[in-house]
Design a protein around this ligand. Structure first.
Ligand code: SAH
Length: 248
């Protein structure tokens, strides 16, 4: 079981697989007023940077589930590197339908809401692992500017304009799903650059090392087109944030 190999190639050097910078991830951890010993569940935990740094900085106990074997191994190595291997557990597997035995103070899905079939389903899934008074974290894109045409939405790699909302509507939608929005940390364009532009050097170096790989043509095509596509579309139109929610 694994995610499509292309992501394991293009994001192999990422610690954070989303447009938040390390500084903003730390701001989010502080904003949540995490208590030492609090349990944090993370569905789609990637390379584990959120759980590992919050374990180091706030003493939380973390469990992460991720479908990428590579990212899961990187997360375990990062835990050792930061001296928190006794605080965090990383499970390689499909997080769809995952409900923890012990209730969590924070239940998160940051940049992977397809795991619950969308935002509404993911909130419902996470709430089944949440203790009373706990916080749900959802990391999700929104439109900074509404795309003027469906072509522009596709340029942002969305299927359609209706894939995402503008920020006020996204915040209002959480209310309609029965949640108070109690905090948020938003990415900015510099953060998007860290997430997207970091893939380009990774792709170039991978191509040098793997010229005959069956994915070499695909990676070459992506490296050629991505900088311009990204600057034209995603960087201008797409916002991204982590929203902290408490069920009403
Ligand atoms: N939350 C992490 C990773 C976000 S990228 C971070 O912000 O750094 C999306 C992640 O979801 C990837 O790590 C990918 O491997 C993982 N993923 C995709 N489908 C999944 C599934 N069904 N179950 C668990 N993880 C999944």
């Amino acid at each position: 079981m694994d995610i499509p190999r292309i992501f394991n190639i293009t994001e192999s050097a990422h610690r954070i697989h989303n447009p938040l910078t390390p500084e903003k991830l730390a701001i989010l951890g502080e904003a949540l007023r995490l208590e030492s010993g609090a349990r944090v569940l993370d569905l789609g935990s990637g390379s584990g940077e959120m759980l590992c740094t919050w374990a180091r900085d706030h003493g939380v106990i973390g469990t992460g589930i991720d479908m990428s074997q590579l990212f899961t191994e990187q997360a375990r190595r990062r835990a050792v590197e930061l001296g928190v291997a006794d605080h965090v557990t990383f499970i390689h597997g499909d997080a769809a339908g995952y409900v923890s035995d012990e209730k969590a103070s924070v239940a998160a899905c940051v940049g992977a809401t397809w795991i619950g079939g969308g935002v509404a389903g993911t909130i419902e899934l996470l709430s089944r692992s949440l203790r009373t008074g706990g916080i749900i974290l959802i990391g999700e894109p929104y439109w900074r500017q509404l795309p003027p045409t469906e072509e522009v939405a596709k340029g942002c790699l969305a299927h359609s304009i209706s894939d995402f909302l503008r920020l006020p509507e996204l915040l209002a939608s959480f209310g309609r799903l029965g949640c108070d929005v109690v905090e948020m940390v938003l990415a900015d364009q510099d953060g998007w650059d860290r997430y997207e532009a970091a893939k380009w050097l990774t792709m170039r170096q991978w191509l040098e090392a793997n010229p005959d790989d069956e994915l070499a043509k695909e990676v070459r095509a992506e490296l050629t087109s991505e900088p311009e596509r990204y600057a034209t579309y995603t960087r201008e139109y797409l916002g991204w944030g982590v929203f902290a929610l408490m069920p009403r």
